[in-house]
Design a protein around this ligand. Structure first.
Ligand SMILES: CC(C)(COP(=O)(O)OP(=O)(O)OC[C@H]1O[C@@H](n2cnc3c(N)ncnc32)[C@H](O)[C@@H]1OP(=O)(O)O)[C@@H](O)C(=O)NCCC(=O)NCCS
Length: 104
C-alpha cells in the first residue's frame, strides 16, 4: 500500500483502527477496490468510489475508467459505470473495461 501510495491517490476506509477498504486513483484510472468481506454491502465501496470520483473531478478529469472483474460488474453498473470490452492480462486475468462520465 505504501509503494502504491507513492504514485496514486490511495483512499482507505478505517473502522476501529483497522483498514476495511481501499481504492486508488492514478490519473483517470481506478484500481485496488477492495472491502473486507465482513463489511460488504454496507456502503463502504460506494463511499470510496464516490470519494475517488470527487477527487478526479477536482483534478479536472471528466471521465474515469477501471478494469472490473466479472463478479464486480453488477456493482459498478449500479454505481453508474458503463460496460465496455472484455480483455485478458497475465497479472489480473479477465477484466471488463468500464467507464463513467463525471457530472458532479
Ligand atoms: C466490489 C466491492 C468493493 C463492493 O464493496 P461494498 O462495500 O460491498 O459495496 P457497497 O455496499 O458500497 O455497494 C455498492 C452497490 O453495489 C451493490 N452491491 C454490493 N455488492 C453486491 C453484490 N454482491 N451483488 C449485487 N450488488 C451488489 C449494493 O447494493 C450497492 O448498490 P446501491 O447503491 O444501488 O444500493 C466488494 O464487493 C469487494 O471487495 N469485492 C471483492 C473485490 C473486488 O471484486 N473488487 C473489485 C475489483 S474490480
Amino acid at each position: 500500500m505504501q509503494e502504491l501510495a507513492k504514485t496514486r491517490t490511495f483512499l482507505v476506509a478505517v473502522a476501529s483502527g483497522q483498514v476495511i477498504g481501499t481504492a486508488t486513483l492514478e490519473g483517470d484510472y481506478v484500481g485496488s477496490v477492495f472491502v473486507l468481506p465482513s463489511w460488504h454491502r454496507k456502503g463502504i465501496g460506494k463511499n470510496l468510489m464516490q470519494s475517488l470520483e470527487k477527487i478526479a473531478h477536482t483534478n479536472g478529469i471528466h471521465s474515469i475508467q477501471l478494469g472490473a472483474s466479472i463478479t464486480a460488474i453488477e456493482i459498478y453498473l449500479k454505481l453508474g459505470y458503463t460496460l465496455g470490452a472484455k480483455s485478458y492480462h497475465d497479472q489480473v486475468g479477465t477484466t471488463f473495461h468500464m467507464t463513467k462520465t463525471l457530472w458532479l
